[in-house]
Design a protein around this ligand. Structure first.
Ligand code: UFG
Length: 355
């Protein structure tokens, strides 16, 4: 019997790419998503790329314990990958309650339903933002954590909850993956990042400027203590992130309890470097203007990626050029994202950004 993996936030940017990777490796895949910042159309494209269907796709909010429990009752779930969450740093500063409610409340609901159905294997979406304003990079999993915004606080709080649950339930096996900055798209150009409204993150914004959908990019500060003064991040191709999740599922039984791993490349790229790489690949100008720093931002976040390399004998393979090339292909083929007529109206949570 193939393993069944339940993916929360399965229609989202990272979720949809991970579904393709799981289907390609023979898993049965069940998705749960409330489509508040994603489109069911992404799941049709997942099936098209993988040339086989998902086992099931549910329009369910992870906080709805009753509905979630019915999903677990309908499938022999072997492992869960929990992506469903809001994910924008700036937005979390203005909407903290919504972030705690969805990210922390959603994780608690999922854990109680997993327990009810005796499912003990979980891969959790955490974030490099838990490290906060790091004095030195690269960051190992043992670097101090000091979140600087509500989004990062929700991720660290979920890690603490998972640690406490693992201490109480000896059968639990949890891998928390602290992703650095996922960007890029599936090389087919069928799947990619299609945020609702104005993009919060750098790469989709740059892509929309290059394609002419937005006039210019605001560069949030050029007075950081970095080589060119703009923020430095460790951008990681979403295909590598997806592969990392599949490999994580394969390693869930290595240990009981909770383990934390960075998912990054180990290479830092500044905002100006990313703009220049994207311009080169797309052969389009990316007009930009330096503005004030964004609330909650930090100077530099770069992974020490050696722990997964040692534990799983796995590391990322795609570089910045591939990240820009695949983002651009998706942007050119889908200038307006997924078709609006197929986009679910979703609950009334406005423009919140979900993972
Ligand atoms: N930036 C700009 N202009 C923009 C958007 C971003 O200059 O319009 C800068 C930011 O100041 C930062 C860099 O680009 O220096 C990256 O910003 P993002 O918003 O793309 O990503 P963050 O580093 O804020 O990271 C957050 C979370 C990560 C998550 C990532 C992608 O901390 O966990 O978003 O969702 F992976």
């Amino acid at each position: 019997m193939p393993e069944t993996v339940l993916v929360t936030g399965g229609a989202g940017f990272i979720g949809s790419h991970t579904c393709v990777e799981l289907l390609d490796h023979g898993y049965e895949v069940v998705t749960v998503d409330n489509y508040v910042n994603s489109s069911p159309q992404a799941l049709d494209r997942v099936a098209k790329i993988a040339r086989r269907p998902l086992t099931a796709a549910y329009d369910v909010d992870v906080r709805d314990r009753k509905a979630l429990s019915e999903v677990f009752a309908s499938h022999p779930v072997d492992a869960v990958i929990h992506f469903a969450a809001h994910k924008a740093v700036g937005e979390s500063v203005s909407l903290p309650t919504e972030y705690y409610d969805t990210n922390v409340g959603g994780t608690c609901a999922l854990l109680s339903v997993m327990r009810e159905h005796r499912v003990h294997r979980l891969v959790f979406s955490s974030s490099c933002s838990v490290y906060g304003d790091a004095e030195t990079v690269p960051l190992t999993e043992d670097s101090p954590v000091a979140p600087t915004n509500p989004y990062a606080c929700t991720k660290l709080m979920c890690e603490h909850i998972l640690q406490d649950v693992c201490a109480r339930l000896s059968e639990m096996k949890v891998l928390a993956l602290r992703y650095f900055n996922p960007v890029g798209a599936h090389p087919s150009g069928l799947l990619g990042e299609a945020p609702r409204g104005i993009p919060n993150n750098l790469m989709p914004y740059v892509a929309q400027v290059a394609v002419g959908r937005r006039e210019k990019l605001s560069v949030f500060g050029d007075d950081y203590p970095t080589p060119d003064g703009t923020g430095v991040r460790d951008y990681i191709h979403v295909m590598d992130v997806a592969e990392g999740h599949r490999v994580a599922v394969e390693h869930l039984d290595d240990h009981t309890g909770m383990q934390v791993f960075n998912l990054g490349t180990g290479t830092g790229t500044s905002v100006l470097q990313l703009i220049s790489a994207f311009s080169e690949v797309s052969r389009r100008p990316v007009p930009h203007q330096v503005v004030e720093r964004r609330a909650g931002d930090v100077a530099a976040l770069v992974a020490d990626a050696s722990a997964v390399a040692t534990a799983w004998r796995w590391s990322t393979t795609r570089d910045l050029t591939a990240m820009c090339r695949d983002t651009w292909r998706f942007q050119e083929l889908n200038p307006d994202g997924y078709s609006p007529d197929l986009v679910h109206a979703g609950p009334k949570t406005g423009e919140l950004s979900c993972g």
